[in-house]
Design a protein around this ligand. Sequence first.
Ligand SMILES: *Cc1c(COP(=O)(O)O)cnc(C)c1O
Length: 405
Amino acid sequence: MFKINENYLKLPGSYLFSTIGKKVAAYQEKNPDRKIIRLGIGDVTQPLAPAVIEALHNAVDEMGDSATFHGYAPDLGYEFLRKAIAVNDYAQRGCDIQPDEIFVSDGAKCDSGNIQEIFSIDNKIAVCDPVYPVYVDTNVMAGRTGTYDSVKEMWSDVIYMPCTQENGFVPELPEAAPDIIYLCFPNNPTGSTITKSGLQAWVDYANRTGAVIIYDAAYEAYISEKDVPHSIYECEGARTCAIELRSFSKNAGFTGVRLGFTVVPRDLKAGDVPLHDLWARRHGTKYNGAPYIVQRAGEAVYSDAGKTQLKEQVAYYMKNAKIILEGLKKAGYSVSGGVNAPYIWLKTPGSMTSWEFFDHLLFKAGVVGTPGAGFGPSGEGYFRLTAFGSHENTIEAIERIKKLG
Ligand SMILES: *Cc1c(COP(=O)(O)O)cnc(C)c1O
């Protein structure tokens, strides 16, 4: 008789966005005339840039002609895209990353979930708290996280690194020694960032203790300040301790198109085994390549026209971020993020829990955000708003929140 992977049964229900959906639907039903403004889910709303659309159209035409048709893509990505990434995202920032160290995929969610497969089940992971839930849940599925304490909402074998107002939402180096460290900067959900010297300390720590850092740089395009690193490979020694995840979802609006990549430098080894070879084996066996037309669309992101258009797209969202940030400050809220990331992280007023504040905002202002507690225990007492809405809706939402007093 077959047996299931019992690790799946350990997963606490992830009710965050379904609970939000239900609450919003119930409120809308009772208040059919109320216009609800959604600043909750982290999804883009602007259409694809013209340069991307043009590349997609051209690639579709190629697929319709036997002379230019493309079948299976190379498992690890087309050379034209890997080269464009190596030049634009790395060489031009002074990072030494070769095209064959870049693995093209259909997005950073899959990669951030799959990467743990190449590590021993005995490895101990460390995550920020609050955190993007994929890192933890995929390690639960693999059986790496021990037992769940439903009161504390924590796993026995996970090292949690609290990110709160007290430490500026940047984790401190852990006392217990983790083997695998997940970092994400600019951060979802807190919108915080790390300085280059701050990240260098993590790279030094990982090299010193023999840990590996899995660095999620999905929001790199939103960085506006000078001292914030765009890639972990800007730090000295990162080639021997860090894997970097990137996505076209947030910088180019590809959430529904699907494209991302993972960088595994050849110098990153466990003893004398390069992780590069393990990930190449895993990717080549379980993944059959991102679509040709999508990789051509990705290439267009690095064209001159694409770069200009996408800079404007990011600026559009960051204008929203500024409106939210400044509006909330004026209304007396304690806020952070929103400068190098499309997320604003606010402290709930008084002693309101993050779910109480969710109800307050929905019922009184018709605005939907995301309760911080949904991202981990240290997210309690905080709340996330996103800059991914339309400009008009963002302005209206903030006006309504200001009127709450
Ligand atoms: C949105 C997001 C991603 C990107 O996921 P895709 O699968 O590439 O769309 C990765 N990491 C974080 C933290 C995110 O918020």
